[in-house]
Design a protein around this ligand. Structure first.
Ligand SMILES: NC(=O)C1=CN([C@@H]2O[C@H](COP(=O)(O)OP(=O)(O)OC[C@H]3O[C@@H](n4cnc5c(N)ncnc54)[C@H](O)[C@@H]3O)[C@@H](O)[C@H]2O)C=CC1
Ligand SMILES: CC(=O)C(=O)O
Ligand SMILES: [Mg+2]
Length: 556
C-alpha cells in the first residue's frame, strides 16, 4: 500500500514572485514554458485591462487604509501592475501609498499584516545581518538604493517600532513611481531596536522586538554594523535614512556622511524641497533671500535641517554667515530658544538667541511664545515642523501679515492630524497675502475670486529626482552642491507669475519633474568631482535609466 502524505499543492514560483508575475497576462506559450499549465483561467488580459480591473477593485475599498492594504497586496503580487496604476493615478494614489495614509498603515502594521516585504534586522541578533542580506540572493552590483528606518520619529506620529518598515516601503514606492528607480534594485529595511510605545509592547499581536528602545553603545554598534554590512554587500547602493529620532538622525549623517554614501531625507531632502518652495516664494514677495527673517516652530530634525539650508541660501545671496544665522529664530517646547537654556540640543545652539536681546519680551509661564516672537521679529518666513496641530492660529497669522507684505508660511508637519494650520485658514486670515506650501496634499483654495494652488513641500517632490541623479552619476556622496542643484531645479520648474500660483510643481508631472531634477543633480555631481560615471548626454542617460511599468520579454 502506498503511504499517503499530507502535502500542499505547489504554487509555481513565478506566480509568487511579484517582480516576474504577470498573472493572467501570461500568454498561452509563456504559461506552458513556465510550468503554469492549468494554473490560470484560460482568458488572457493585457496589462491595460488588468490595470483597469485593479483600479476598480481599489476604488471600492471602504477607506483609505483599506485602499492602502489592497494596493500593498497588489504590490506583493505583481509589481508591474502595481506601478502601472500608481503611475496612471499618481495624484490620487500618492496620498494612499504614502503620506498621509502610510501613517495609519504604520500604526496598524501588526494588525493589518499580510506578508513581509523588505529585510528585518534585529538589534537582538546583530550577527544575522549578513545572512539576512544574503537571502536576497543579489550580487554586489544588483542594488541601487536601500531605505532604512529605526522608526523612532515616523512622520509626526512618533515611535512605531517594526511598523516603520512601511515608511521604507512607501518611500521606495515613491522613488519608482516618481523617478523610475528600478523596483528590482531596491531594498526596504527595518532596523528593529525595540520601541518605547507601551501600547505596542502590550499588544499580543505586535510583531517587533518586545522591549524598550536600545540606546547608547549597543545602538551605535548596531548602526555601524548596518552601514558596514549594507555598503560592503552592495557597494553601489545609496543608503537612505528615514524617520530617525532627532539626535540620531543628525549624528549618523555627520559621523558617517564622509565615509558612506548616506542621504538623510528628513534633514537633507526636506531642507532642499523647502528651500525650493522658499526660492519660488521669494520671487513673488520681492524680499531678497539675504534679507529673509525665518521663524522655525519645532526645532527638530526637519526644522533645523531646513534652517541650515535657508541660512546657507542667505549667505549665497550676500549675507555674511553670522548675520544669516542671526536671521533665524528657533522655537521648541521651551518657547524661543535662548543661549542660557541648559537643555538645548547641540544642533540648536547655532541659532539660540542672546538672552539680553529678549530680556523685555513678554513671557508666558517663563517661555517666549510663537505669537510674541512673531510680533517682535516680524518674520518673512514662518515654518511649522512641530507636529502641533493648529499652532499657527489666526492671531499668529494676522500678526505676521502685519509685519510683512507677503508672509511666507509653510506648515509642513505630517500627517494631516499634525499640520500647524490648514491653507484655507492661512489664506483667509492673511487676506490672500500668504504664500503657502504644506507637507500633505491639499486641494486648491478659493478666496476673493482667486484660486490658490498649494504646493506640496514634501520631500517626495525632490528626493526621487535626487536619488535618480545620484544613481545615474554613480556619485560617491550626496554633496551640498547636489542638494542645492535639486532645489534650484525644482524651483525653476514653476511659473509663479500668476495670482495664486503654486510654489512647487504639481504631483501630476512628478515623473517629468524628477527627470529634470535628476539631470541637474548629475551635473552637480560632475562639478563637485564625486561622479564616477560621466554620461555624454546627461538628459538621455537619465531618461534611459528610468524603469517603466510594462511587461518586458524574458519574464521567465
Ligand atoms: N514635509 C516634509 O517633507 C517633511 C515633514 N516633516 C514633518 O515635520 C514634523 C517634525 O518632524 P521631525 O523634525 O522629523 O521630528 P522631530 O521630533 O525631530 O522634531 C519635532 C520638534 O518639534 C518640537 N515640538 C513638539 N511639540 C512642540 C511644541 N508644543 N512647541 C514647539 N515645538 C514643539 C519637538 O520638541 C521637536 O524638536 C513631522 O510632522 C514630520 O512629519 C518631516 C520631514 C519631512
Ligand atoms: C515626509 C517625511 O519624510 C516626514 O514627514 O517625515
Ligand atoms: Mg520622514
Amino acid at each position: 500500500m502506498t503511504e499517503r502524505h499530507a502535502r500542499t499543492p505547489a504554487t509555481p514560483g513565478v506566480l509568487t514572485d511579484p517582480l516576474r508575475n504577470r498573472g493572467v497576462a501570461f500568454a498561452p506559450e509563456e504559461r506552458e514554458a513556465l510550468g503554469l499549465t492549468g494554473r490560470l483561467p484560460s482568458g488572457v488580459l493585457t496589462l491595460e485591462q488588468q490595470a483597469q480591473r485593479a483600479y476598480r477593485q481599489m476604488q471600492v475599498q471602504g477607506s483609505d487604509l483599506a485602499k492602502n492594504v489592497y494596493l500593498e497586496q497588489l504590490h506583493d503580487r505583481n509589481e508591474t501592475l502595481y506601478f502601472k496604476i500608481l503611475a496612471e493615478h499618481l495624484p490620487e494614489l500618492l496620498p494612499i501609498v504614502y503620506d498621509p495614509t502610510v501613517g495609519e498603515a504604520i500604526e496598524k502594521y501588526s494588525h493589518e499584516y499580510r506578508r513581509p516585504r523588505g529585510i528585518f534586522l534585529s538589534i537582538d541578533r546583530p550577527d544575522d545581518m549578513e545572512k539576512a542580506f544574503a537571502t536576497l540572493q543579489l550580487g554586489p552590483e544588483d542594488v541601487d538604493l536601500i531605505v532604512c528606518t529605526d522608526a523612532e520619529e515616523i512622520l509626526g506620529i512618533g515611535d512605531w517600532g517594526v511598523g516603520g518598515i512601511q515608511i521604507s516601503v512607501g518611500k521606495l514606492a515613491v522613488y519608482t513611481a516618481a523617478a523610475g528607480i528600478d523596483p528590482s534594485r531596491v531594498v526596504a529595511v527595518s532596523l528593529d531596536v525595540g520601541t518605547d510605545r507601551t501600547s505596542l509592547l502590550e499588544d499580543p499581536l505586535y510583531l517587533g522586538n518586545r522591549h524598550p528602545r536600545v540606546r547608547g553603545a549597543d545602538y551605535d554598534a548596531f548602526i555601524e554594523k548596518y552601514l558596514e554590512t549594507a555598503s560592503s554587500t552592495f557597494p553601489d547602493a545609496l543608503l537612505h535614512f528615514e524617520d530617525f529620532g532627532p539626535s540620531n538622525a543628525r549624528r549618523i549623517l555627520e559621523q558617517y556622511g564622509g565615509r558612506y554614501r548616506i542621504f538623510n531625507d528628513d534633514m537633507q531632502g526636506t531642507g532642499a524641497i523647502t528651500l525650493a518652495a522658499a526660492l519660488a516664494a521669494v520671487k513673488v514677495s520681492g524680499v531678497r533671500m539675504r534679507d529673509q527673517k525665518l521663524v522655525v516652530f519645532g526645532a527638530g530634525t526637519a526644522g533645523v535641517g531646513i534652517a541650515d539650508q535657508l541660512r546657507d541660501a542667505m549667505v549665497r545671496d550676500g549675507a555674511d554667515p553670522e548675520q544669516a544665522a542671526g536671521q533665524v529664530w528657533l522655537i521648541d517646547k521651551q518657547g524661543l530658544l535662548t543661549r542660557d537654556m541648559t537643555d538645548l540640543r547641540d544642533f540648536q545652539q547655532t541659532y539660540a538667541r542672546d538672552p539680553a536681546e529678549v530680556a523685555d519680551w513678554v513671557r508666558d509661564g517663563g517661555a517666549i511664545s510663537l505669537l510674541e516672537t512673531v510680533r517682535r521679529v516680524k518674520p518673512t518666513i514662518l515654518l511649522g515642523t512641530s507636529t502641533v496641530h493648529g499652532a499657527f492660529t489666526r492671531e499668529v497669522v494676522e500678526a505676521m501679515s502685519k509685519g510683512t507684505e507677503r508672509p511666507i508660511i509653510f506648515p509642513i508637519s505630517n500627517p494631516t492630524s499634525r499640520i500647524e494650520a490648514m491653507p484655507a485658514d492661512v489664506i483667509a486670515w492673511s487676506k490672500g497675502k500668504a504664500l503657502v506650501a504644506t507637507g500633505i496634499p491639499v486641494p486648491p483654495v478659493a478666496h476673493g475670486g482667486v484660486t490658490y494652488r498649494i504646493g506640496q513641500a514634501n520631500n517626495a517632490l525632490l528626493y526621487p529626482g535626487l536619488g535618480l541623479g545620484t544613481i545615474v552619476s554613480g556619485a560617491s556622496q550626496v554633496t551640498a552642491g547636489m542638494l542645492l542643484a535639486a532645489a534650484r531645479s525644482v524651483a525653476d520648474q514653476v511659473d509663479v507669475s500668476g495670482p495664486g500660483a503654486s510654489l512647487l510643481p504639481s504631483v501630476e508631472n512628478l515623473r517629468e519633474s524628477s527627470a529634470i531634477t535628476a539631470t541637474a543633480v548629475v551635473e552637480a555631481a560632475l562639478e563637485d568631482g564625486v561622479a564616477t560615471c560621466k554620461p555624454t548626454d546627461i538628459g538621455e542617460a537619465v531618461r534611459e535609466a528610468m524603469w517603466q511599468p510594462v511587461y518586458t520579454d524574458g519574464a521567465a
